[in-house]
Design a protein around this ligand. Structure first.
Ligand code: UTP
Length: 454
């Protein structure tokens, strides 16, 4: 096998993975070099161990207790504390946007999806404008960390550049890429190819964020900038309050290492992970792992016992991120997926209709139990959580737009303005919240049709 480095060849053979080299002689030179680089980056021993464990039984979680949740509204002192942290430039916003958005079925990064109910603004634009408005309000720019993956990186950077970073200083927008993991055949553990001379790789999950922050030098850069807290959010929720000062204040007051927002579940079957105290630490149990009897258990007042659902909004202290990333990454979870692949021995593409492959992903919430001090704070669902996941039905563009319109109608009502049923969208650059809207809205303002306040 000419020009495959001997050590690589030996490793592939030792792990029973040398099938990927079938047809090697027919690969163009450049492809061979890229393929060698791809294969060399794979930890074959780790992959073998993960594939072997994929078939292990998954015991249900034990020793769970409901998590105490701080009320949604902060005290004036906590609010002031959070505002002070923003004024000092101690908070960065971290948006994870590396997912493939497969359920949405949109061929660009999800952040480029237009969700503004009147403006048609994209998720990226809305988040960027919130961060710009926040920096203006507190007189200090908020560093905006944008995590992409190989699937979304090029389009995301181009999009920000084409839109002049939505008014942000380019040096305050820090892009970095998460890692990837190969997919393997579920029955044999053998590496799958996307095409000849190319592994089938997928993003390594939002939990890959933490390792990538360290490996790409972002943590070091944040330290230089004097950042002490990182607000983590997902690109698909345009309703969230980026770097919410009341949340920051409580995190600071509690000297918390990892704080999380919580939305209360109302029905046992809602598909959100739930927080619980596990052995004295903060844990998040995936909805599929929560035993049915626990999911349905109720308190004497009728509320669900395990109702602390996760909208995937966290605040991490920089020192915690440093510690977690210097002591190895988070564990991998296994998903079974239907993955089309190139069979190098049969010289054909195979497109299975049932799951044939194992994919490996890290989940960011696996960092939570590592925190010695943690905090959970209520977020009112209607005010902070409207994720875009699906092309239609629940969590679709339609429900996201409706949630934005409803929230902005509440802000207007608080300012004494009736919308008369017309959709009104408030640009973050016009007002970031209900109080700001009240101050900004001209006296006697009337809504006579769909309106974009900007
Ligand atoms: P989801 O798990 O909902 O995935 O990610 P998704 O890509 O948005 O959609 P599906 O499941 O393929 O339909 C929640 C958030 O985590 C990010 C996504 O971009 C989204 O903001 N994410 C997910 C990453 O950044 N990297 C990943 O590897 C996975």
């Amino acid at each position: 096998m000419t020009d495959v480095p001997t050590d690589l060849l030996d490793r592939l053979r030792a792990h029973g993975q040398d099938h990927v080299l079938a047809g090697w002689q027919d690969l163009p030179r450049a492809r061979r070099a890229a393929f060698v680089a791809q294969l060399s980056a794979v930890d074959l021993a780790e992959l073998a161990a993960l594939a072997a464990r994929a078939h292990d039984a998954h015991p249900p979680p034990t020793d769970l207790a409901p998590i105490p949740v701080a009320p949604a509204d902060p005290s004036p002192a906590d609010l002031a504390r959070g505002e002070e942290a923003l004024r000092r430039g101690e908070v960065a916003a971290l948006m994870v946007a590396g997912g493939q958005g497969s359920r949405l079925g949109f061929d660009k990064p999800k952040g480029m999806y237009p969700v503004g109910p009147v403006s048609g603004a994209t998720l990226f634009q809305l988040h960027a404008e919130k961060i710009l408005a926040l920096g203006r309000r507190y007189g200090k720019p908020v560093p905006f960390l944008v995590m992409t993956s190989p699937a979304t990186d090029g389009d995301t950077r181009d999009y920000f550049r084409e839109h002049r970073f939505f008014g942000l200083r380019p040096s305050d927008v820090i892009f970095f890429q998460q890692g990837t993991m190969p997919a393997v055949d579920a029955a044999t553990g053998r590496l799958l190819l996307e095409e000849p001379g190319k592994l089938f790789l997928s993003p390594n999950g939002h939990g890959g964020t933490l390792t990538a922050l360290a490996e790409c030098g972002v943590l070091a850069e944040l330290k230089t900038r004097g950042v002490r807290h990182v607000y983590y959010f997902q690109v698909d929720n345009p309703l969230l309050k980026v770097c919410d000062p009341g949340f920051v204040g409580r995190h600071v007051a509690a000297d918390s290492e990892a704080s999380s927002k919580v939305v209360f579940k109302e029905k046992p079957e809602e598909k959100v992970g739930v927080f619980a105290v596990v052995g004295g630490r903060c844990g998040l149990i995936e909805y599929s792992d929560l035993p049915k009897d626990l999911a349905a258990a109720r308190e004497p007042d009728g509320t669900l016992r395990f109702r602390a659902g996760s909208p995937a909004i966290h605040l991490f202290s920089l020192a915690f991120l440093d510690r977690v990333t210097s002591t190895g990454g988070l564990p991998y979870h296994v998903a079974r997926k239907a993955v089309p692949y190139w069979d190098p021995e049969a010289l054909a593409t195979v497109a299975p209709t049932t799951p044939n492959a194992l994919k490996f992903e890290r989940f960011v919430f696996d960092a939570l139990p590592l925190a010695d001090r943690w905090l959970a704070v209520e977020a009112r669902r209607a005010e902070e959580f409207a994720p875009l996941k699906n092309a239609s039905g629940a969590d679709s563009a339609e429900t996201v737009r409706a949630a934005l319109v409803a929230e902005h109608a509440r802000w207007l009502a608080a300012a004494g303005v009736r919308t008369g049923g017309h959709p009104v969208e408030v640009s973050p650059l016009f007002a970031l919240d209900a109080d700001a809207l009240k101050r900004q809205i001209p006296a006697g303002f009337q809504v006579t049709g769909p309106t974009h306040l900007r």
